[in-house]
Design a protein around this ligand. Structure first.
Ligand code: NAD
Length: 353
């Protein structure tokens, strides 16, 4: 596959940093645009920070002029748009930033990218792609059976998922109205290294290590479909390069787990790797359920698997083992962030992903 110039937005976040590491590792040139909100962490790019193939610009995606200037300067072949406010609990406490970044910011990205694409010469114009990275949460909640397909109607429950749904609709409108070469991916819950410690899996690992309660919403029977973040990064690369313009692709690992099973699995791994006086499971504490908490998400990724040949490489068992080990080995990365999370908790801002 030819080497490309790829602009990534939100590349200092959890998934964006995995994508930047993947793309630079494959020899592509990457420009990462990130505002560096609380969720953006340049330390996640330590492995590629000195590469001549990697550039960074601190930019708010809502600032259309700055985005346009960066696009003109970098001349990308592709834009992969991940920058977003991403934490459901934060969206319930304060939706404003989600509306601003996820909706207005996506509009600003589309306008800037379209202005650039419109003026590209023939072949480069035909090859240009804009991949908008979204979530399975736009589909709402499933009952006991069934899977989300690309044809499932949107039915978002939280301010976060509603803002992502709105941004998906903008991308579709730009492809239909202007012939803009946009694509959308809708992915299930990610986990893996460099995940901000307010989200369920890193929160549980780090609380367990510190002997703190492991908060589980409701009865812990909400079901999520988990995907290892490096599998997602590979999927985004494949979709941006080989996906069909105007199409949506669901991305998932066929790894449905109840939240309580996720927490118990982490406890069992820690009992083995860091045995304490008591089993870690004794730290599990059930807390009042999140309002509007969707019961079950499950992705049908058949289209991505059959059309583009992508497959998740990690099962939940192999991926979670790697993830727990990574947190045990990389305290330098999570220690400063964990202190921030606890400051947030004291303000009553955070509970759990
Ligand atoms: P994250 O919160 O870890 O990272 C978001 C990044 O965007 C941060 O680096 C932040 O600084 C940056 N950012 C926020 N507002 C910005 C702005 N106005 N301008 C520029 N940069 C800004 O998020 P994540 O978990 O890596 O998710 C990335 C994308 O993938 C999001 O669009 C999210 O909706 C989507 N997604 C996430 C998951 C998941 O499980 N985490 C699953 C499916 C889809």
């Amino acid at each position: 596959m030819a080497l490309r110039r790829i602009m990534v937005t939100g590349g200092c976040g959890f998934i964006g940093s995995a994508l930047c590491r993947h793309l630079v590792g494959a020899g592509h040139d990457v420009l990462n645009l990130d505002k560096l909100t609380y969720a953006g962490n340049p330390a996640s790019l330590r492995d590629i920070g000195n590469s001549p193939r990697y550039q960074f610009a601190q930019v708010d995606i809502c600032d259309g002029d700055s985005v346009s200037a960066q696009i003109q300067h970098f001349q990308p072949d592709q834009i992969v748009h991940l920058a977003a406010e991403s934490h459901v609990d934060r969206s319930i406490v304060g939706a404003g930033a989600f509306i601003e970044t996820n909706i207005v910011g996506t509009f600003s990205m589309l306008q800037a990218a379209r202005g650039y694409w419109d003026k590209l010469p023939g072949e480069r114009r035909d090859a240009f792609r804009f991949l908008h990275v979204s979530t399975d949460e736009v589909y709402g909640s499933l009952g006991e059976n069934g899977l989300f397909t690309e044809a499932t109607a949107y039915d978002p429950s939280s301010p976060y998922s509603a803002s992502k749904a709105a941004s998906d609709h903008l991308v579709t409108a730009w492809t239909r109205t202007y012939g803009f070469p946009g694509l959308i991916s809708n992915c299930s819950n990610n986990y893996g290294p460099y995940h901000f410690p307010e989200k369920l899996i890193p929160l549980v690992i780090l609380n367990a290590l510190h002997g703190k309660p492991l908060p589980v919403y409701g009865k812990g029977d909400n079901i999520r479909d988990w995907l290892f973040v490096e599998d997602h990064a590979r999927a985004l690369d494949v979709i941006a390069t080989e996906g069909r313009v105007g199409e949506k692709y669901n991305v998932g690992g066929r790894n449905e787990r109840r939240n309580i099973d996720v927490v118990q699995t982490i406890c069992r791994i820690l009992d083995r790797l860091r045995p304490g006086a008591k089993p870690h499971e004794e730290l599990i504490t059930y807390v009042t359920d999140r309002p509007g908490h969707d019961q079950r998400y499950a992705i049908d990724a058949t289209k991505l698997e059959t059309e583009l040949g992508w497959r998740a490489e990690e099962t939940f068992e192999t991926g979670i083992e790697k993830t727990v080990s990574w947190y045990l080995d990389n305290e330098w990365w999570w220690r400063p962030l964990r202190d921030k999370v606890y400051a947030g908790e004291r303000l009553g801002l955070l509970k759990q992903a």
